[in-house]
Structure formats: C-alpha cells, structure tokens
Design a binder for this molecule. Structure first.
Ligand SMILES: N[C@@H](CCC(=O)N[C@@H](CS)C(=O)NCC(=O)O)C(=O)O
Length: 212
C-alpha cells in the first residue's frame, strides 16, 4: 500500500494510526501542502485525487480518498484489531464522535479555508485566528460533554476506536493553533492514554520522514 500524505495533515495522521494499529506496512509518499504553492495542486497529484487534498491510499488498483472511508476499508480487509465496536449502538457512538471531528470541526480550519479567509476575503491574521479558535471551542466543548456519557479509558469505553483515531490528530492541530486545552479534561486524559500506544507514537507528525 502507498499512502500519500503530509506529516502535519490530521486526516493523513488518522490513516497512519489505523495502519499502525493493524500493523500494516505501507510506503509513505509525502505531498508537501505548502512548498511551491502546495504539491496537492500539482497536475500529477490532481490526477490521483481531483479534490487536491491528502490523504490518498493506493492498494494495488484501488485509489481511495477520505480518511474515514480508507479506515473503514482497512477495517474490512484487516479486521483485527478492530477499530469499530461490534455492537450496533456502540459502533454508531464511535462513528458519531469520529464524524463530529471529521465533518464538523476539521473542515472549518483546513488550510484552503484559512487561505480563502486571508486571501479573497481579505481577513487579517488576527481575524483568521479568532475564526480558528471559535470553531475549535464550539467543537471541543460539545465533544467534551458527549464523552461524559460514553467514555472510559478511551472515547467509547476502554478500547481504541475510530473516535480516538480522529481525536488525537485534532488535538495536535488545536494545540498548534493555540487552543487553551485546560477546559477539556476528558479529552486530555484520553489523548494521554492513546499516546502511550506505539501505533499512535509512530504515527505522530514529528515521527514522519517528511517532518521539518
Ligand atoms: N475529509 C477529508 C479531509 C482531507 C483534508 O482536508 N486534507 C487536508 C490536510 S488535513 C489537505 O489536504 N489540505 C490541503 C489544502 O487545504 O489545500 C479526509 O478526511 O480525508
């Protein structure tokens, strides 16, 4: 398998965690999101992924985008260890938390959105920062509240699920953007648990060969 990603991309980070949990080897192909105007916009990469976003996973003839679709594909192909609970209700809870991050938090602070704010919309850096923190606070405070009902050692009970796979990269992003994390004790405790695990350690941005 080949994973086109970027060390700081939280969506690629999700896929790296899942590949590591399942102990799958892969070739890491860096796509630099900033250098030369962003390699995701190059003709070669556009041919692979017309959305001009990372990650993209190649598995023989299959080319897949969307980190959660990639992880669900890995889950079906390589079911052990599972990252989705077997029980229907618990599985849906894990998916819902993952989607809270992947659909409702992450896209608002994605690079191209921020570039549009300060480019065509001519917002200042201060306004951009206010936008980033506002949407992170909205998303993290509801996520923190939801955890009260479902979390154990991890987001849903005591086993790593898709929700943790999404949470850890999003917290990495939030810290990079300067969010005050002291308001989210449940999130912090879960991230600390995850970071004890090799699969998470090896997937960390700073551990990637393209990290600068
Ligand atoms: N929903 C997509 C999001 C992909 C995405 O937004 N990737 C970001 C990096 S985390 C990206 O490639 N950004 C480049 C850009 O905005 O130009 C997924 O989960 O794979």
């Amino acid at each position: 398998m080949k994973l086109y990603g970027y060390w700081r991309s939280s969506a690629a980070y999700r896929v790296r965690i899942a590949l590591n949990l399942k102990q799958l080897s892969y070739d890491n192909i860096p796509v630099h999101l900033v250098k030369n105007g962003g390699e995701q916009h190059s003709a070669d990469y556009k041919a692979l992924n017309p959305a001009e976003l990372v990650p993209t996973l190649l598995d023989n003839d299959l080319s897949l985008n969307q980190s959660l679709a990639i992880i669900e594909y890995l889950e079906q192909q390589y079911p052990e260890p599972s990252v989705l609970p077997a029980d229907a209700a618990t599985k849906a809870q894990a998916r819902a938390l993952a989607l809270d991050i992947a659909c409702d938090i992450h896209p608002l602070n994605n690079l191209r959105v921020l570039q549009y704010l300060t480019g065509p919309l001519a917002l200042s850096d201060k306004q951009k920062q206010a936008w980033i923190i506002h949407w992170l606070e909205v998303g993290f405070s509801s996520f923190e509240q939801r955890l009260a009902a479902v979390s154990g050692k991890f987001c849903v009970g005591d086993t790593v699920t898709l929700a943790d796979i999404c949470l850890v990269p999003q917290v990495y992003n939030a810290k990079r953007f300067g969010l005050d994390m002291s308001l989210y004790p449940r999130i912090n405790a879960i991230v600390e648990q995850c970071q004890q695990l090799d699969a998470f350690k090896l997937a960390a941005p700073e551990a990637q060969p393209d990290a600068q």
